[in-house]
Design a binder for this molecule. Structure first.
Ligand code: FE2
Length: 263
């Protein structure tokens, strides 16, 4: 079943190579990605953020208006569940108390792109940034590993470690390279892993969104979870309309962090 999903995605990539020729210019505004929100997901409830916007990283005003419909749709596609208890900084690790409860969902945002390449290293060119080595398990409601689940990760471009708000904003790649987009399948222990860089900030209207990672999980071609991960200590966590304190990553000094997803 894993191979089926992977093949699907590979075919999707091929199709996209053709399709993007005509729609690539739309992607920065978020409209091109809106089509990806129509996945027949296994929505288990609304994300509670319907109607809220996630703006383009390059043009906040245009991005807001064009991404509105996408995000409204996306919120219904986000799989949700009871939030795990705890302070949010460690609940996703292997030592959390409520690991079997479904991980909370969030909006997909306007920059999801079908056909995400199969790869675990999202830093294609050794960009300047802060290393993030994200790994963990996908588990079911009985805390059993889900083998062959597809974990998709995508995020905005990284920021230099000394970046401050007002520097060049981060943005999502709309090219055929799919920079900072990747998907992997969970192994026999239900584990996944990605190496990437901490994303930068971009404006959502007049406010910056905190650094965040988008995650989507599929099982047997069924969308099971769409969510976002945040970073401990980000100055824009507070006040962000989608920030979820139970979805915060606390990086070790080497950038490693464990995060399990229950579906
Ligand atoms: Fe985003």
């Amino acid at each position: 079943m894993t191979s089926t999903r992977r093949s699907f995605c590979e075919l999707g990539s091929a199709a996209l190579l053709v399709g993007l020729v005509g729609c690539g210019d739309d992607a920065p505004s978020g409209t091109a990605d809106a089509g990806g929100s129509g996945d027949p997901g296994s929505s288990t409830g609304g994300g509670g953020t319907s109607g809220a916007l996630e703006a383009s990283g390059s043009s906040s005003t245009a991005g807001e208006s064009s991404s509105s419909a996408a995000d409204t749709t996306d919120s219904s596609a986000a799989s949700t569940g009871s939030s795990t208890s705890g302070d949010g900084s460690t609940d996703g690790g292997s030592t959390g108390v409520d690991l079997c409860e479904a991980s909370p969902g969030s909006i997909e945002g306007p920059f999801y792109r079908p056909g995400i390449p199969i790869r675990s290293n999202l830093d294609l060119y050794g960009d300047l940034g802060i290393a993030v080595h994200l790994s963990g398990r996908v588990i079911d409601g009985d805390c059993l590993p889900v083998v062959g689940a597809i974990v998709e990760l995508w995020h905005a471009s990284p920021a230099a470690p000394d970046r401050v708000p007002g520097d060049t904003d981060a943005s999502y790649d709309a090219t055929l390279e799919y920079r900072y987009y990747g998907q992997v399948a969970t192994d026999a222990r239900g584990r996944y892993a990605f190496d990437t860089l901490r994303p930068g900030w971009y404006l959502n209207g007049a406010e910056y969104r905190p650094a965040h990672l988008h995650v989507k999980i599929w099982v047997d071609d069924e969308q099971r979870l769409t969510t976002q991960l945040y970073f401990e200590g980000d100055p824009f966590n507070d006040g962000d309309p989608w920030f979820d304190p139970t979805m915060v990553l606390a990086l070790a000094d080497d950038g490693s962090v464990e995060r399990d997803f229950a579906i």
